[in-house]
Ligand binder design. Structure first.
Ligand SMILES: Nc1ncnc2c1ncn2[C@@H]1O[C@H](COP(=O)(O)OP(=O)(O)OP(=O)(O)O)[C@@H](O)[C@H]1O
Ligand SMILES: [Mg+2]
Length: 261
């Protein structure tokens, strides 16, 4: 096994990066894959969403940036799973952006600290913050592929060209193998005509890179983080749970096609 690192990135805030990280990871785990979630956003929403108490978490990603030997002490199993793990984070992680400002190869820290663990997982899923700063740069440099969540709303495409430019830049400068795994449409609202228009536009532009599975707006998805549970465990029958399980299956199926579409 050589775990594939997948970054969930979009510098636009609130588009469903964390919701997709947590729920795709849990879906993949329920489908039998061994998964490590890396919470690379100082907000720590992926950590709390998977039941970690971010005020009392012991070692976390910030410590690993300072000393990569700490990764072993930081990774922990998610409750209720024997194949879902998390490297949690804390607001302190925000310090990395400044502390590493003049460090050599500062874009490679995350990749280096994860390297010893890759053989233990099928997939390592990295939740990025809503910025294109050093934390996202580290995630894109470590990753083999990127999933871009897009909220189905008027400004969905705003900033996307900047993100694509950044991905290309990272590919050309630091990480030759990087590619876009797929775009996921999130918070789809069947009653809103604008949603359909945005989805159509995204599909015209990105074609088969767009996942067929669309994530609907579902209140259960917004409730489950406060219970520290993924949607498959919080409400298995909800439309959100069914959609993320479908996304998990589609993700796995694409791997068989080499993913490089
Ligand atoms: N499909 C959905 N249906 C309903 N609510 C959703 C859905 N997806 C996400 N949300 C809610 O929308 C908000 C933003 O989602 P999320 O935190 O996943 O976005 P994000 O891109 O990670 O945000 P940030 O940029 O701040 O990290 C959250 O409150 C989340 O619970
Ligand atoms: Mg987030």
């Amino acid at each position: 096994m050589q775990g594939k690192i997948v970054a969930l990135a979009n510098q636009k805030g609130g588009v469903g990066k964390t919701t997709t990280t947590v729920n795709l990871a849990a879906a993949l785990a329920r489908l039998g894959k061994k998964i490590l979630v890396v919470d690379s956003d100082p907000q720590g929403n992926a950590s709390s969403g998977l039941g970690i108490d971010t005020k009392d978490i012991g070692k976390h990603l910030y410590h690993c940036y300072l000393d990569k030997q700490q990764a072993e002490n930081s990774i922990r199993q998610v409750d209720g799973y024997d194949n879902l793990y998390i490297l949690p984070t804390h607001i302190d992680l925000i310090g990395v952006e400044v502390e590493l400002m003049s460090a050599k190869k500062r874009e490679r820290y995350l990749g280096k600290l994860l390297q010893p663990f890759l053989s233990a997982y099928d997939y390592v899923v990295v939740d990025c913050p809503p910025s294109l700063g050093l934390l996202t740069l580290n995630a894109l440099t470590a990753a083999e592929s990127v999933i871009i969540p897009l909220q189905c709303e008027y400004f969905a495409l705003e900033g996307l060209s900047q993100l694509i430019r950044t991905i290309r830049l990272v590919k050309n400068s630091y990480n030759n193998n990087l590619y876009i795994e797929g775009l996921v449409l999130t918070m789809f609202d069947r009653r809103n005509k604008l949603t359909y228009r945005v989805a159509k536009e995204v599909k015209e532009h990105f074609k088969e890179k767009v996942y067929t599975t669309v994530i609907p707006r579902n209140v259960r998805l917004s409730e489950c983080p406060s219970h520290g549970k993924a949607i498959v465990d919080y409400d298995k029958r909800s439309s959100g749970s069914i959609s993320y399980m479908n996304l998990g299956r589609e993700f796995i199926k694409r791997q068989k096609n080499k993913g490089r579409i």
